[in-house]
Design a binder for this molecule. Sequence first.
Ligand code: PLP
Length: 394
Amino acid sequence: MIYLDNNSTTAVAPEVAEAMEPYLADGRYGNPSSPYRFGQEAAAALTQARQQVARLIGANPEMEREVIFTSCASESITSVFRSAVRLFPERKRLVVSAVEHAITLNLCEELETELDYRVTRVPVDGSGHLDIEALETALNDKDDPPALASIMWANNETGVIFPVQRISELCRGAGVPLHCDAVQAVGKLPVNVSALPGISYLSLSGHKMHAPKGIGALYISRRSRYKPLLPGSQQSNRRAGTENMASIVGFGKAAEMAVDGLKSGKMERVAELRDELEKGILQNIRDTEIIGGAKGAERIPNTAKVLIYGAEAEGLLMMLDQAGINVSTGSACTTGSLGPSHVLTAMGLSEKEAKSCLRLSLSRFTTREEIYEVLEILPGLVERMRALFAGAAK
Ligand code: PLP
């Protein structure tokens, strides 16, 4: 199998599985809240994992309260929104980009319908770039100040990176707390929250970076207030629930490996392979285009979003599956829904174009041979798909 759907989820790294093993099978089942030594050993492992994650995002590893573990990034994001609602009850507006992940947009819709919130969805252009002027205007409405802005670092479908530094400055200047969904950026790009004082909260997810599914984290800046979604004594009173120790230790190990990977140039290698893949597709398959790949545009190194005119992407995905190649048509969370991707329509693609896009996302485990094999197989499948599609349209 060739796996090119790493923005959806990643393989657990062998070193991560090895680090987790004692917490699953080897009797290290202590509860980190227990005062005796068996529990305190677990507490020490929890602290170490927290420090590993803190280092990955440039938070202070000694500040216990700055990084908490959650069950997933969706929980981290939800907790930030629910916290903002309770901290600023007089502010009934939210600012997000039009291309946020489904969890963020779902939360906005829920708050609109249940609590009469107003939501400003800041548009993007055809290359996926955020309209910074529109963001600035949205943040600075003195008659209707927002309780929270939530803007992602990098888009999961296109890989396009937003100018986080500028966004952080604008939010700070406007006095609006900023949450950054950094799920697709962390581990792929250097992330340093210490240099971004406008970021109050940042969400990340283990399973996008070779840790298991069902573990996430939330950074809460020491300058920001926070009301927990699950009130309780664990994790500096910021998240109740006995900690998922095996996954937390795995996440810590994955974070440490991501730091090493960034230092040793592993992501540059991934970018080279992605660029080769894109070049090969553009050369070998007529009428194709890279979405978000405009010259000078910044993207995360592992993502290729390809528009293949005249081919129906869902069908192509099934054909590729039969050939042993896993790709995606969009975000895994919206796969199965019939509508076109909200990210692509926000970028101005027609419904037909949006349904002709494949996302291929690599990881540090992707090999050059795999990329060559995809380049061998894909053109023939596209031609078959186009013929079928044209036939069906007649
Ligand atoms: N945000 C982005 C940008 C994502 O890509 C994802 C997962 O696809 C999420 C949030 C949700 O992450 P999790 O699966 O950990 O809840």
